[in-house]
Design a protein around this ligand. Sequence first.
Ligand code: ATP
Ligand code: MG
Length: 332
Amino acid sequence: MTRIFSGIKPSGHLTLGNYLGAVRQWVASDQEPDEALFCVVDLHALTVEHDPARVRRLTRQAATLLLAAGLDPQRCTLFVQSHVDEHTRLAYLLECTASDGELRRMIQYKEKAARAQGAGEGVRLSLLTYPVLMAADILAYGAQEVPVGEDQRQHVELTRDLAVRFNQRYGHTFTVPKATHPKVAARVMDLQEPTSKMGKSHENGAGIVYLLDEPEVVTKKVMRAVTDTGDGGVVYDRQARPGVANLLDLLAACTGGDPAALAGGYSGYGALKRDVADAVVELLRPVRERHAELAADPGAVEKVLREGAGRARALARPLVDRAHEAIGLLAP
Ligand code: ATP
Ligand code: MG
């Protein structure tokens, strides 16, 4: 059995990028509860300007959507990060393992810090230390694999570096995890700005397909997607033709085909967009429908999260206790 861990931040409504890059892999993992841990990482949503009531609402919604997408609480552990204190306990020990320089090099820190400054907001210290907390999320469970989108590659690399460094300094404590990515759509691009990743916290939603968008809205967003200029027809070239390549990636991810091969079936962008729109609508339909059912019984979702937190705590505590002693702290 391979133990896997992954998480999603309640920083906005879940997107098609989150679904294809991460959540769909989680659903496919189909394991035992102790081997597959999925987490709504609410503490990470506090690293930028936030509205408390919205974070609470989005945390509940994210958990409900994960269940709607097919996570089965009988076969995985689903919980909320802040309900398990071991994450922050371990994060501090890892902050004493990481260096200021390696955190300042993180691409997402640079991007998100620039965005906060551009909006006239301060850069929270937690935005800098966020990848250390993420390392703690993963290492606390001895996870071997971390199914994530491409954009998280650098953070999982840092997690590996911290695990190796801690083990070398203080004796073997942590499993060194590796990231896994889906074959297609590991980096879904924004439909209006196909050189940037689709991200749920971005201000302009016109290029973002949200999992709960109505079918008409999904269709409109896809039909208005920015395509590339040039008369080379429909070809799959991520560098030169990012808009079209993104549409082909989406079609391939929805239909199970190969993006480059699918390109051959189209002579114009219009037909491609229509097929992408239809495929995405069909992909999301069951998720939306199931979400509506589950949202009608929030007590049931809360019960799943409570039980999940109990299981997660029981798994994390002995490992974090071991790290606590290894680094030089007296056992309590
Ligand atoms: P934010 O803009 O707040 O960072 P996000 O959309 O990037 O939000 P996260 O909670 O940071 O979402 O990431 C959750 C998971 O979704 C991660 O595994 C991440 O790699 C994946 N993911 C996020 N965006 C995409 C995308 N555009 N394509 C593929 N995977 C993605
Ligand atoms: Mg992100």
